[in-house]
Structures are given as C-alpha cells and as structure tokens.
Ligand binder design. Structure first.
Ligand code: SF4
Length: 342
C-alpha cells in the first residue's frame, strides 16, 4: 500500500534535497528498507520525499522512526493521508468518550436504552422530537409483513452456513454470537476467533440488510464503540468492511455533532426543526405537527408488482452477495482456508 502511494508521488516535486535534515534522511532510508529497496537512488529518495509530503514530516517521522510500526500500518497511515494524526487520534478518543458520557446522562433522565438514545440522536433532525421520543415509553409501532423478517433471517442463515463451513475447513477456533446486545445496538452476528500463538482474539460484527433501507449512523455507532463491522446489502449485491481506524476523523466529527445535540437536550434547550419529520411526530402539541391520527394502524406490505420484483431480486442476489461477504470476513479475520487458521 505504501508502494501505491509512492506510485502517485511525483519525484520532481522535490528536486532539491539540500534542506533535508539527517533525521529525515534516516526516515527516507527506513521507508526504502521497508519497501525492500536495497540501493536507494536519488529518484527514489525524491519519490519518497514527495510521498512523505502528502502526510507531513512530523507524521512520517513519528510513524517510521518513533513508533517503529509494521510496514502495513505505515502504509495504512500513509493511505489515510491524515496529518497530525497523533493529535487527531487523541481528539477522536476524547470526542467519543464525551459522546458516550452524554448518552449515559440521557439514559438517566429518559425511559430508553442507550442503543435507542444513540439511534434517535443519530437519525432525528428535530431535537424536540428526539427528546420526546427518548423520554416517552415506546409506542406501538407499525405492523410489518413477516416477509421482511423472513428475508433477514434467510440472509443471516445463509451467511452463517457458508462462513461456518469455511471456518470449519480452516480448523479455526471460533465462536458465533447472534443478536448480541452491544453498548449502542444489537448486533446481527458477531464472529469471535480465538487467538493462536499468542495473538489476541479477533472479533467482527456483521450487519445484514435484506431490504434497501440503510442507516449509516448505525455504522457510526458501532464503530464508535470500537467494533469492526461487515455490512452486507443483499439487494444491491454489496458488502463492505468498516473499521474505526479507517474512519477516525468521521467518528470524531460525528460524535462531536451528536454530543452537542445531546447536551442541548439535557439542558432543556432542544432545537425545534420543522421538516419531513413533522409527518410522523409524537409531539402533538407542536404547531408544526402534520401526523395523521390513523397513521399507526394497518399492515405495511408491498404492492403485487413491487413484491414480485423484490422477491426475485432477493433470490438472485442472495448467494453471490453472501459469497463476497464471507470472503471479506475471512480476509479480515486472517483465516486462510487452504492452509488453515493463520
Ligand atoms: S412537529 Fe416537527 S417541528 Fe414539531 S417537534 Fe415534531 S418534528 Fe419537531
């Protein structure tokens, strides 16, 4: 990966190396060594300099000389192109712990779980509505056609079956947990791989989406509590791994935004923000409320034409998507199905 960054680097960006310090020269040589370059030509030095320039010297020196990180981690850092990562990293932790502290505080004054509070805060724009939803007891929700639940269960089972077969073949020492209650949500599937040869155990959370709905703030919440997440979207044949390290800047910003919202709600200064949320809002006294009285009744189901298309797409996409997702999970867990658990 560092090699990829170097490919993008322009050696002409640093034609003059006269102002490079001894420490920086040592850093260039260390990077070259990590890349397996034994004789470092001037062109290569210039290219490394240009690559280093993408992240900043301080960061490069910290990574290469001070921390002595493994090459992959150096590469990851360089790919991230985040200058001043040390400061960023600390601030991410501070922002997230402040966010979690405020969720805790809201739990004490509401009737909801931390997972629900975090979800409501993440998905509701109007703070007055968010405050009401988390403080009130859960209202009876809409009744959904069991077809939606069945699709979700089938997709989860297909993933578990294919994954466990691969893990079994690889003689991996693993454990699966279903519907585990996490700090900020309930996880569809958690894969725990026991450590081997002194390695720590590995853990991967899997979220299966059998329909088209998607809550990106749910991904944020899982990452905020340090989980690695594999998202599977059957209907679009997509699967993606999300890790907290990869999105640390996003997590810092998101936790700060939500924390500010939580603080206003705690201080009874929730903002009133009218919009589409007014069409389904429990704050009956609000002059903007447009909720229809009979909205909460009735079965939610698809029209015949949509059902035909949906069921057909689900059947076609299920196994190709699951195969991709299983490969991503095995790679993340570093399970080699030909030679056994690494
Ligand atoms: S009706 Fe609209 S503005 Fe009023 S509390 Fe509900 S969402 Fe907010």
């Amino acid at each position: 990966m560092l090699g990829n960054l170097l490919k993008k680097a322009d050696p002409l960006e640093y034609p003059d190396m006269s102002d490079i310090t001894q420490k920086q020269t040592a850093a260039i040589e260390k990077i070259a060594k990590e890349l397996g370059i034994l004789t470092v030509s001037d062109t290569e030095k210039h290219k490394i300099l240009a690559a280093v320039n993408m992240v900043g010297w301080r960061e490069a020196v910290r990574l290469v000389l001070v921390d002595g990180l493994a090459p992959e981690e150096i590469a990851l850092e360089f790919e991230g192109k985040v200058p001043e990562r040390t400061i960023g990293h600390e601030s991410v932790k501070v922002s997230i712990s402040n966010y979690l502290r405020l969720i805790d505080a809201l739990k004490k004054v509401s009737r909801s779980s931390k997972a629900k509070i975090a979800s409501v805060l993440g998905t509701t724009t109007c703070e007055v509505q968010a405050s009401q939803v988390m403080r009130a007891a859960s209202e009876e929700g809409l009744v959904f056609d069991p077809y939606y639940v069945e699709k979700h269960e089938v997709a989860k089972r297909a993933f578990i079956e294919q994954l466990t077969t691969e893990l079994y073949k690889a003689k991996a020492n693993f454990q699966l947990k279903l519907e585990e209650i996490g700090e900020l949500g309930r996880y569809d599937i958690v894969i725990v791989l026991a450590g081997i040869n002194g390695k720590h155990e590995k853990r991967l959370v899997v979220e299966v989406k059998a329909g088209l709905s998607l809550d990106l703030t749910q991904i944020e919440r899982y990452l905020m509590v340090g989980e690695r997440l594999l998202l599977i979207r059957i209907m679009t044949r997509q699967a993606k791994l999300f890790t907290p390290e990869e999105y640390s800047d996003l997590l810092a910003s998101a936790s700060q935004n939500v924390a500010a919202k939580a603080e206003r709600i705690l201080n009874n200064q929730a903002l009133l923000i009218p919009g589409p949320e007014c069409y389904r809002c429990p704050v009956r006294t609000c002059p903007h409320n447009k909720t229809k009285e009979d909205q909460k009744r009735g079965l939610i189901r698809q029209e015949q034409k949509n059902f035909e298309a949906d069921a057909g797409a689900f059947m076609r996409n299920l196994y190709p998507t699951i195969s991709t997702a299983v490969q991503i999970a095995l790679a993340d867990l570093e399970v080699n199905t030909t030679n056994g658990h690494q």
